[in-house]
Write a protein that binds this ligand. Sequence first.
Ligand code: F6R
Length: 357
Amino acid sequence: EKGTYDHFMLKEINDQPATMRKIIQEYQDKDENLKIDGAVIDQLKSSDRIYIIAAGTSYHAGLIGKEYFEKWAGVPTEVHVASEFVYNTPLLSEKPLFIFISQSGETADSRAVLVDVKKQGHKSLTVTNVPGSTLAREADETLILHAGPEIAVASTKAYTAQIAVLSILAQVTARELGKDTEINLMRELAKVTTAITAVIDDAPEIEQIVNEYLETTRNAFFIGRTMDYYVGVEGALKLKEISYIQAEGFAGGELKHGTIALIEENTPVFALATQERVNLNIRGNAQEVEARGAKVCMVSMEGMDQEGDTYVIPQVHEMLTPLVSVVVYQLIAYYAALHRGNDVDKPRNLAKSVTVE
Ligand code: F6R
C-alpha cells in the first residue's frame, strides 16, 4: 500500500532508510559481525573471476558491485548486460562465478544466461528481492535484498539494496580471504542511512532544482567520474523512463570526444562530485560544458564541496556515496515526471518485470 504517498515511487524512495536498517539487521550475526551464508562465501573463495549479469538498473548496481569485489576482495570482476552476454559470450576464466542481480528475479534476458551457465556446469548466485522467483530457484545460491515489494516501475529502493548487499558480500569475502581492506561496514552503512534520510528531508529543495533545470528542456546530461559516472548513468535512466526527457550519462572525460557537440545554451548538465581523487577533474569537465552554454547542476559531498555547488550530500565513506547521491537523482526524476503530468508509477511502454527476451 502506498499509504499517505501520492505514488509508489515516492513511497519507495522514502522506504530506503528502513531498507538499509533491515539489511544491516539481516546480514549481521548476534555479535554484530557481517554474516553471509557459508555456501555463498565458499563459492566466492573458490572462484578466480566474477561475472555479474543483469539488466537496466540492476546492471547499474552491478557496476558499483564490481568496484567492491575488485577493490576490497581483490577478485577480478566483469559486469555484463544479460541480453548481450547470451549471444556474445566472452572468454571465461577457469573458475567463474556468475552473479545474477535482479529485483524481480524474473528477467528473461538474465534467465537465458543462467540456463546456459548451468548447462556448462558453472556456479551461480542470484541476488534478488523476490524469494522463490525463477532466478532464485534456479541458481545454486541466493541472497535476498529485503527491500520489500517494489511496485513502481522505476526501480529505486531495489538499486540501493543491491549495492548495500553487494558491499556486504564483498567485505565478507575480503575478510575470509584475509585482505587488509576491511572497513567497519555496518557503522558506515548506518551513516549512509542517516545521510539518505537527510536527502529525503530536502525533497522540497530538490523539487526546486527540477523547477530551475528541467521544466522545459528536451534533453539533459549526467556526468561523473569513476563511481559517480555509474550513478550518472542510473540517474539518466531514471529521468528518461518516467519524465521522457532524453537523458544520457557520460564519463566526465569522455564528453569532449563527441557528445559535447550537443551542448547548447541552457542544456542541463548534472555533474556529480563525491570522489576526492577526481574532484578537480569533474569540476574541470563541468567548466568545459559551462563555457559552451550548459547550465550545470553540481551535486557534491561535504568535505569536497565548493562555493556555488547546487546540492551537497552529507559525507559518507567514499565507496558508499552512490547509496546517497542516487537518491538526489531519484527525486529529481520523480519531480520532473510529476511536473510533466506523467503517470509516475506506470510510465509508457514499460512493464515492471520483463519476462520476454
Ligand atoms: C529501471 C528498471 C529496469 C530494471 C530491469 C531489470 O528503473 O526498473 O531497468 O532494472 O528491467 O529488472 P530486474 O532487476 O527485475 O531484473
